[in-house]
Design a protein around this ligand. Structure first.
Ligand code: SF4
Length: 655
């Protein structure tokens, strides 16, 4: 399994092509007691660290924090599932072994039972400790090595995502490889009688707590009497349970709104993305809180060992604003009984949107991969787009318009995380985009993969496409597969509302795998982008004759931002181009790029169109005259279409 420098040479290739742009010109560092140090282009820290090295250290800090969030969840979920289902529980669904492309690619083996996930989490934990050690004062000193380690943190994050989702798919029988998951309707009519029902609101990321509550309600015939609501990833994962029964109340951003609506009788918290002042806001509404995770204990008394009746009594009488309980069964009992006993007063001032979401479908099946792999690699399907991540955008976010525009142009569009929930908001006619489309992973399809951890399935699909087309093994073959994806698989991730360290880590891991990421403009606050370096020449090695050939900026960036939906669409069309596109494929991609850029910039042609035309056959017939005029002005010359790689040819077969 790769240590922190094993993939350093691949990282350096990427970082020389997509050199980091640090968005700060100065910074203050207080990481040790020599500080605080004011660092700028002329002034180093007392320890000798220069501005770029310091900013790259901060980039590592963000990525490793995010990766640790998912790694810790992977560790706790696998431990809890082993306790519940046994260490030999098979990693299967419908009697078929689960595919784990990221684990195979990075760790070089295929886990068959739950306990083998522990080999992966041990590896992740070891590497994260090593990366944390790098952050000490007096360790790494060059930006390029900090950034290589940032990419390593991202890769570990991606690995943790797959561990989490495959473990819960195998044990809880969440859907996977399933394009036709049902639509789930969460209707909120504030005056309706349904809000008189007692209600439990779950917030967080660990589905086990929510599933335990669902089971308790089911076993005690309470499912019809108590409403169960979820926010954020816990909601999307609970909705994947075959029994159903949870209503998605919104995304991470909606916490305050839902608390103030007064609908919840009790709030159950797990881990991650929770408002740190949630206890304060819940207390103001008189809503008791049950915290359940050691990483989010909120100063509450640990009542795990106390009797349920006593805990419920203390919550109802408001002797305690909240309690901390670690025992899953007791959490379910306390939540259910508190919700029944507490009288609530819903507040009609707070409107909750209605959502109709297609339940997360999990991984992409081998059959679907085999069908789309050739047209994706040839460029005839213009690209795969993943709308993933957090909701750090205004309500008028343009998400639906972006998804619709890409679906209409036959991109394969996928969703996951909080963004998948926002894409489920219904229009004035009560319809959502999921209803109007199919969940297939194919041209014009709109596949909801699941919660944030389902980003692993998009990465897994890219790996499987590469493996099918390259006819090379996945196991331990990271560089070759990443090189293939970068040069041939037109997949792009859009994280329109970037907020968390976890989103940065996931995006950075995708970058190491050769997948570009477009952030909404809040992404600038991460402080570092990986944009195409004009001085790199955009050359690749043609594997047929081992010669360097100009391939154009394909893809032009690995991590960038867009200020508006129309800019993001233009960028998405551009970043889906790959050196290996056939002329027919490039025609389709260029047509999309020209038309989407026109909507964004108003120009008849993108300024850089000449960089993407390799031969006259690449030019979309509809724009032939315009493009020829531009090519003449730019002194354009034909180049041949390579069999592209960034790796030196001798590296093939080495791994
Ligand atoms: S780590 Fe270096 S730059 Fe930061 S406070 Fe210490 S001496 Fe200053």
């Amino acid at each position: 399994m790769p240590a922190i420098t094993t993939l350093r040479d691949w990282d350096f290739l990427l970082l020389k092509r997509y050199s980091p742009q640090y968005l700060k010109k100065e910074d203050e560092c207080s990481l040790c007691t020599y500080g605080p140090c004011h660092i700028n282009e002329k002034k180093k820290g007392v320890c000798g660290i220069g501005l770029n090295a310091h900013l790259s250290k901060m980039s590592l800090f963000t990525a490793v924090t995010g990766a640790a969030g998912h790694a810790s969840l992977a560790e706790s979920i696998t431990s809890e599932l082993i306790e519940k289902f046994g260490s030999d529980y098979p990693l299967k669904l419908n009697d078929e072994p689960l595919q784990t492309p990221l684990i195979r690619l990075i760790c070089g083996f295929k886990p068959k039972v739950l306990s083998e996930m522990k080999k992966v989490t041990s590896y992740i934990n070891r590497e994260i400790t090593s990366l944390l050690s790098v952050l000490n004062m007096g360790q790494e000193g060059e930006w390029i090595d900090f950034e290589s380690k940032t990419l390593h943190a991202g890769m570990l994050d991606n690995l943790a995502l797959e561990v989490i989702d495959m473990s819960q798919i195998a044990t809880f029988k969440f859907p996977s490889n399933s394009p036709d998951t049902p639509l789930q309707n969460s209707e909120f009519r504030i005056q309706s009688s349904e809000f008189r029902n007692p209600a439990i609101l779950c917030i967080g990321h660990n589905s086990i707590t929510g599933i335990e509550i669902m089971q308790y309600l089911d076993e005690n015939n309470l499912s019809e009497k108590i409403d169960l609501y979820g926010l954020c990833c816990m909601a999307t994962d609970m909705s994947r349970s075959p029994k159903g029964g949870v209503k998605i109340a919104g995304n991470q951003r909606d916490q305050l709104k839902f608390i103030k609506s007064g609908i919840a009788n009790v709030i159950v918290l797990d881990s991650q993305c929770i408002r740190t002042d949630i206890l304060h806001h819940a207390s103001k509404m008189g809503i008791p809180v049950v915290a359940t995770n050691p990483e989010c204990s909120l100063g509450l008394p640990d009542r795990t060992g106390d009797k349920t009746e006593k805990i419920v009594d203390d919550l109802i009488s408001q002797r305690e604003a909240g309690v901390l309980i670690f025992d899953k069964k007791k959490i379910a009992q306390v939540a259910a009984e508190t919700s029944i006993k507490r009288i609530k007063i819903p507040n009609s001032k707070f409107q909750i949107p209605n959502y109709k979401i297609r339940v997360g479908r999990g991984a992409i099946s081998d059959i679907e991969i085999k069908n789309v792999a050739p047209p994706i690699v040839m460029g005839e399907i213009p690209g795969i787009i993943g709308f993933l991540g957090c909701p750090n955008y205004s309500h008028e976010n343009g998400l639906l318009e972006m998804a619709r525009a890409l679906i209409d142009r036959d991109y394969i569009v996928t969703s996951g995380g909080c963004t998948a929930i926002d894409l489920a908001e219904v229009d004035a006619d009560g319809k959502s985009l999921y209803e109007e489309t199919t969940g297939k992973f194919d041209a014009g399809g709109f596949a909801n993969l699941g919660s944030c951890v389902s980003a692993s399935h998009l990465l897994g699909a890219a790996i499987k496409i590469a493996s099918v087309m390259l006819h090379r093994p996945i196991d331990g073959n990271y560089k070759e597969i990443a090189d293939y994806i970068l040069n041939r698989v037109g997949v792009v991730i859009i994280i329109w509302g970037p907020m968390s360290q976890k989103a940065y880590a996931t995006a950075t891991g995708a970058n190491r795998l050769g997948i570009p990421v477009i952030f909404g403009n809040k992404g600038e606050r991460y402080g570092r982008m990986l944009e195409g370096n004009k001085s790199c020449g955009w050359e690749v090695t043609d594997m047929r004759n081992k010669r360097e050939v100009f391939a154009g900026p394909t893809p032009a960036h690995l991590m960038t931002t867009a200020d508006s939906p129309s800019e993001a669409l233009t960028l998405a069309a551009k970043l889906c181009m790959r050196p290996n596109d056939t002329s027919k494929g490039r025609q389709t991609k260029l047509k999309n790029y020209i038309e989407l850029d026109k909507l964004f910039s108003g120009s008849s042609l993108p300024d850089d169109i000449h960089l993407f035309v390799r031969t006259k056959y690449d030019i979309p017939p509809k724009y032939e005259d315009n493009v020829y005029d531009k090519l003449k002005k730019m002194d354009w010359k034909t180049v041949w279409i390579p069999d592209p790689t960034l790796l030196k040819s001798v590296e093939f077969g080495k791994q």
